[in-house]
Design a protein around this ligand. Structure first.
Ligand code: PLP
Length: 359
């Protein structure tokens, strides 16, 4: 008998969410972003779920090669580019496209002696100050790439810091767009700007390619709930109640005795803990479903278990169904309670959790 925790992954939800991404930017091609093992959903599975995407984008060169071995024939893009000269022959052999975000990468490309057809994505730092060339040196980088014999196309790319909060005074979305447009004006090549938040809320910025990630999995990128955007949860994390405790006022619950009952309570013990990927920082009061009824966690999350309040669900007991997040309970609600974002929870799903594929 396996431990009862299971992550169900819905292929139809992946397909549906991809269609939502397209609907917001109908003229653009779509990179389905599948980094971090498809945001925790499984690389091979999301490859099938996103069969209709125009390409798949990720950051792990070994996973990019794996996609080719699994039979993905459409474009593949490495969003952080390559890391060493040794990566280049592998990328050439498997026809893998990559970002170029620093001088060191250009120097390695110039020195590469093998034959290749490179499709490079020249990344601009338009204000996020993570990867990319500053606007004032972007044209020089472009010109250097143009001179490299194997370079067949140069796509211009940037990434938004605040697409879900366009008015952020520290860096308004418009300012990033302005810097990008000024520095790329007149240069030949495709443009790639939008992550999920930009696609959903600023589809007019889509240009040639969009790069949605979290929305494809039914997570919200901010700026509204996943349901507001018509997205469906692709991952539902489920388990069962494996024990019940009746506690009296004054009794403490779990490690550190952080919760003390102030009334008689009935508690359920759920086979799910932080070693399954449930956030340990989720405090008492984090939402959870038992037999479809919304209740809350109680006390500290431990490695393999957490406890829930069954006081108002008298019919629930050992064996009752528990949904940690998913189709009945948005992952973003759980994440918010734990002080994080849905992205982190889905990516952190632990390898020991059984995965079941569902329609
Ligand atoms: C992760 C990533 C994306 C996707 O972001 P979401 O917020 O998940 O849509 C797009 N572009 C780049 C460069 C990324 O690293």
């Amino acid at each position: 008998m396996p431990r009862p925790i299971v992550a169900s992954i819905s292929l139809s939800a992946l397909q549906h969410n991809l269609a939502v991404a397209r609907a917001h930017a109908p003229a653009a091609k779509v990179w389905g972003v599948v980094k971090a093992n498809g945001y925790g959903h499984g690389l091979e599975r999301v490859m099938r779920g996103f069969a209709a995407a125009d390409g798949l984008a990720l950051v792990e060169p070994d996973y990019a090669v794996r996609l080719r071995e699994l039979g993905w024939t459409k474009p593949i893009l490495l969003l952080e580019g390559f890391f060493d000269a040794d990566d280049l022959p592998v990328l050439a052999r498997h026809d893998i496209q990559f970002a170029v975000h620093c001088e060191e990468q250009i120097t390695l490309l110039e020195a590469y002696a093998g034959g290749a057809d490179w499709h490079v994505h020249l990344k601009m730092n338009s204000g996020m100050n993570r990867l990319g060339f500053q606007p004032d040196v972007f044209r020089a980088a472009y010109a250097r790439l143009q001179k490299i014999a194997g370079v067949r196309s140069i796509t211009m790319m940037t990434h938004f810091a605040n697409a879900d909060d366009a008015g952020n005074p520290a860096l308004p979305l418009k300012e990033q767009v302005r810097r990008f447009q000024a520095a790329t004006e007149g240069l030949a090549g495709a443009r790639s700007l939008c992550n999920s938040a930009a696609d959903l809320m600023h589809g007019e910025l889509a240009h040639d390619w969009i790069r949605p990630g979290v929305m494809l999995y039914g997570g919200s990128p901010g700026g509204g709930t996943a349901a507001d955007f018509g997205l469906r949860a692709a991952m539902t994390l489920e388990s069962r109640i494996i024990g019940v405790q009746d506690v009296q006022p004054g009794e403490a619950v779990g490690y550190g005795s952080r919760f003390v009952a102030d009334k008689p309570m009935r508690l359920g013990v759920v086979a799910c803990g932080y070693a399954d990927g449930y956030p340990r920082h989720a405090p008492t009061g984090t939402p959870i479903l038992v037999d479809g009824v919304k209740t809350t966690t109680v006390g500290r999350v431990s490695m393999d278990m957490l406890e829930v309040d069954l006081t108002a669900i008298p019919g629930a007991g050992v064996g009752s169904h528990v949904e940690l997040w998913g189709q009945g309970l948005p992952i973003d609600e759980v994440a918010f309670s734990a002080g994080t974002i849905g992205y982190e929870l889905m990516c952190a799903l632990a390898p020991r959790v059984a995965v079941r594929e569902v329609e």
